[in-house]
Ligand binder design. Structure first.
Ligand SMILES: Cc1ncc(COP(=O)(O)O)c(C=O)c1O
Length: 357
């Protein structure tokens, strides 16, 4: 039941408006809806933000992961380490590319892969390094293994001063609506490696190396992002600092209000910058709390998934860290339109639900 006439507090709300409308209008008026100038313009902004040479935009974060994994030239059966607690796309692209995803348990406090749980085998070729919900992974604690960053939620995040998305062989971003920069659906591969960039550029466009004369050395896909969607992303990319400052304000507002409650609150390691894709707390009896919040018009959500509990990955054994976080993680409403009054309302609702008074 929604209480009285109180407005619903939405889980997410993209920060788009007049600037994006104007950019989209320009594309529509130009008649160039795909493969036009907005693609290169958006890519230049993304490369600048991730402090890399190349950014290639594609139709989703999943497409970015798919093409990046494929571009690394691994052999069928090679093993790729994947956190046991992440959005399933992280592991799905590995399996669909003929490689073997090997799940690694997560640290139940950080929700990121637990470096102490990583075991390198003779066929381990890569770690798919997820900065979950925007929290940078502690790279210094990882063993010596090549990294592909799943930075789907980490645009704007920084590990010890360096931009996430520019820390490994390549980075993969998502522009889904709950991300800091959104195009509705979209994604990007970021890299300093010209070979990876060329492979992704070709594979997102059917495999064409050139059209005249026709040259297609390997089969590819159509994962091109339309200029209409690039136009939505450009103004947001230009004001990433402002968007991150707003999200940091909301996160700090929650932390201030919730710190005395029996909840585990999210944060980044000292010296890192959290990208605040989401504000995900951990709480006992999460399903009850989630249902009660929703009944009060507060749109909350689970965090993400424990992959070993899904049919596709059930054969990989037990991952107690992932199982615990899957049961306890609770994503609170998180977007730049949240007012102090909204934060008060969420905090008061949580206080009543989790405190013993
Ligand atoms: C960690 C992670 N990886 C990959 C993806 C997939 O991105 P997309 O939804 O843009 O395909 C997501 C999406 O939420 C994600 O959170």
């Amino acid at each position: 039941m929604v209480q009285g006439s109180r407005a619903r507090i939405r889980l997410g709300w993209p920060d788009v408006g007049e600037r994006e409308l104007a950019e989209v209008a320009e594309v529509l008026e130009s008649g160039m809806l795909t493969m036009g100038p907005k693609v290169a313009e958006f890519e230049a902004e993304i490369a600048r933000l991730c402090e890399v040479e190349h950014a290639l935009v594609v139709t989703s974060g999943t497409a970015a992961l798919h093409l990046a994994v494929q571009a690394l030239g691994l052999q069928p059966g090679d093993e790729v380490l994947v956190p046991a607690y992440t959005f399933p796309a992280t592991a799905n692209v590995v399996a669909l590319t003929g490689l073997k995803p090997v799940l690694v348990d997560v640290d139940p406090e950080t929700m990121n892969v637990d470096p102490a749980k990583i075991e390198l085998g003779p066929r381990t070729k890569l770690l798919l390094a997820v900065h979950l919900f925007g929290r940078p992974l502690p790279l210094h604690a990882l063993p010596d293994v090549p990294l592909l960053e799943d930075a789907a939620g980490a645009l704007g995040a920084r590990y010890r001063g360096r931009a996430c998305g520019g820390l490994g062989l390549a980075g993969c971003l998502s522009f889904h609506p709950r991300k800091i920069v959104t195009t509705g659906e979209g994604g990007a591969v970021t890299t300093n490696d010209a070979g990876i960039a060329d492979a992704v550029r070709e594979a997102r466009n059917h495999g064409w190396r050139s059209l005249v004369p026709p040259d297609m050395p390997a089969p590819g896909l159509n994962y091109r992002l339309s200029d209409v969607l690039c136009a939505v992303g450009i103004p947001q990319a230009r004001r990433l600092d402002e968007l991150l400052a707003e999200r940091t304000r909301v996160a700090a507002g929650y932390t201030e209000r919730l710190r005395d409650l029996p909840l585990l609150l999210p944060r980044a390691d000292d010296g890192d910058v959290h990208g605040w894709q989401a504000y995900v707390v951990q709480v006992d009896d999460r399903d009850r709390v989630l249902a009660e919040l929703r009944a009060q018009g507060i749109e909350a959500q689970i965090g993400t998934y424990a992959l070993h509990l899904l049919g596709a990955y059930r054969d990989q054994g037990a991952f107690p860290g992932a199982a615990r976080v899957f049961e306890r993680a609770l994503a609170l409403p998180f977007h730049t339109r949240l007012s102090d009054g909204d934060l008060d309302r969420v905090a008061q609702a949580l206080d009543k639900l989790v405190s013993n008074h």
